[in-house]
Design a protein. Structure first.
Length: 470
């Protein structure tokens, strides 16, 4: 292997390992929540903030972090993010009380946003050749798609074999190794320079707007949602007239960027909501414990790895990225439809496992294609903000999907319980509704991809060419 290829492979490994660490943190703590509540004395509403504090900071700062990468240099922002995330992980593990843990989780979200927002842009810069880029994005997509499932396995194992503190301490060796290796394997990039200027007002508007949006979704707070709409509308107006906008609106004239972000929101809403609902079905209906539930999800990341790491580049080379994306989404929709048949007396092997396998195959096919499309229309100077944008829409979709599916399932279950239905039957009916909604969201995502990501004629192509959408 040529020296340059070895160097790029090492850089990709470091970037994806750090990205996996951040993704794991969104789910690894979920399994440990009961132990955290018992140890630190969280109230039931307060316990939600162990998750929400991270999501609010992470989702709110991604777009700003991506733009900072374009201006200050992506490696610099990446290193700063990993350092903050690692330090905050130590603080979270050492937390003596509830307030300290929530503050530490918010700090983890800040560090995670800084590190994650620039990773995809750095990968695109490392791999300018189309096929090599698709292969690299396949590796990155695996860390994104499979990370949540791996987090459930790791969280159950660490909490059951050690204690909840280790769900945070596990980040320390990974973070420190990343900080040590980064200067050796990732070249410094100069960026455009902070003197170029950053839209401070725009940064305040979008950061507070997205934070309130995520907060409003996860806590079902209408006031926060209304405020988020006002702030984000003001942000768009500000970007239209800012001399150096934080998010250049011209990016949305690029079909691939607009279509990929719309598809991402709806797709992830269906994908991640499914994980939340399935974890509840396995534990509350089938009687699995936390560790067994985590391992029950293992077939999904295995299949994602097989498709995103082994087949993604060949599929995208032979067929258009749009065709691969739509096909993967349709396969995933079939997986969700199959889950609408779950029963109170069902079994894992018959009623859940086939869907997890199909889900892994569909996601492992669709996500690398979508990531490639999202970045294919970005000019070199905009790769940071474009990377931050697609990661932001991913987080908003995750929060939206979890809220929609959890609320729908709970409403159906409550209604049936009021009529005297048995508890397990009421729960199962709620989960079946949620799976139907996941299938519907995935089909909508496929329709958006098929329509919006249609290739344009040369005369109407946007300012930046998007050959991957052809």
């Amino acid at each position: 292997m040529p020296e340059s290829a070895r160097h790029r492979g090492a850089a990709l490994a470091v970037l994806c390992t750090a990205s996996l660490m951040v993704v794991l943190d969104s789910t690894i703590v979920a399994v440990a929540l009961p132990a955290i509540q018992a140890d630190l004395g969280f109230s039931a509403p307060g316990l939600a903030w162990v998750v929400n504090a991270y999501l609010v900071a992470f989702g709110g700062l991604l777009l700003l972090s991506g733009r900072l990468g374009d201006l200050a240099g992506r490696r610099r922002v990446f290193v700063a993010g990993v350092a903050v995330f690692t330090a905050a992980s130590l603080a979270a593990g050492l937390s003596p009380n509830a307030a300290t843990l929530v503050i530490s989780r918010f700090a983890q979200g800040v560090g995670g946003a800084l590190a994650s927002a620039v990773v995809l842009g750095m990968i695109v810069t490392l791999y300018p050749e189309p096929r090599a880029r698709v292969r690299a994005i396949g590796v990155y997509s695996f860390t994104q798609a499979a990370g949540a499932s791996i987090g459930l396995v790791a969280g159950g194992a660490l909490t059951q074999s050690l204690d909840w503190h280790w769900t945070f301490y596990i980040n320390l060796p990974i973070g420190l190794a990343t900080l040590v290796l980064t200067p050796f394997v990732i070249s410094r990039d100069r960026g455009q320079g902070l003197r170029t200027g950053i839209d401070v007002l725009g940064a305040l508007l979008v950061t507070s707007g997205v934070m309130l949006l995520v907060l409003g979704i996860v806590s079902e707070h209408l006031g926060a949602l209304a405020a988020a709409v006002v702030l984000l509308a003001a942000f768009v107006a500000r970007q239209a007239r800012a001399r150096i906008p934080l998010l250049p609106l011209r990016l949305f004239r690029v079909r691939a960027i607009t279509g990929a972000n719309l598809t991402m929101v709806v797709m992830v809403a269906g994908f991640l909501g499914f994980q939340f609902v399935t974890a509840l079905y396995l534990q509350q209906v089938l009687g699995f414990d936390a560790l067994t539930t985590g391992f029950a999800f293992a077939p999904t990341p295995v299949m994602i790895a097989a498709f995103s790491l082994g087949l993604a580049d060949r599929l995208n080379s032979r067929f258009s990225s749009r065709t691969v994306l739509v096909t993967g989404l349709l396969v995933t929709a079939i997986a969700f439809w199959y889950l609408t048949q779950v029963r109170t007396d069902g079994g894992y092997a018959l009623h859940v496992l086939p869907s997890l396998i199909l889900m892994g195959a569909g996601a492992g096919t669709a996500i690398p294609a979508l990531m490639s499309l999202a970045m294919s229309g970005a000019a070199p100077a905009d790769t940071g903000v474009t990377s931050g944008l697609i990661t932001t829409t991913q987080q908003v979709g995750a929060a939206l999907g979890t809220a929609i599916l959890a609320t729908s399932a709970a409403t159906r279950t409550s209604g049936l319980l009021e009529t005297g239905a048995p508890a397990r039957e009421a729960l199962t009916s709620g989960f079946r509704l949620a799976y139907g909604l996941s299938a519907t969201l995935t089909l909508i995502a496929a329709a958006i991809a098929a329509v919006v990501l249609r290739p344009r004629r040369a005369a109407t192509e946007p300012l930046v060419q998007c050959d991957a959408a052809a």
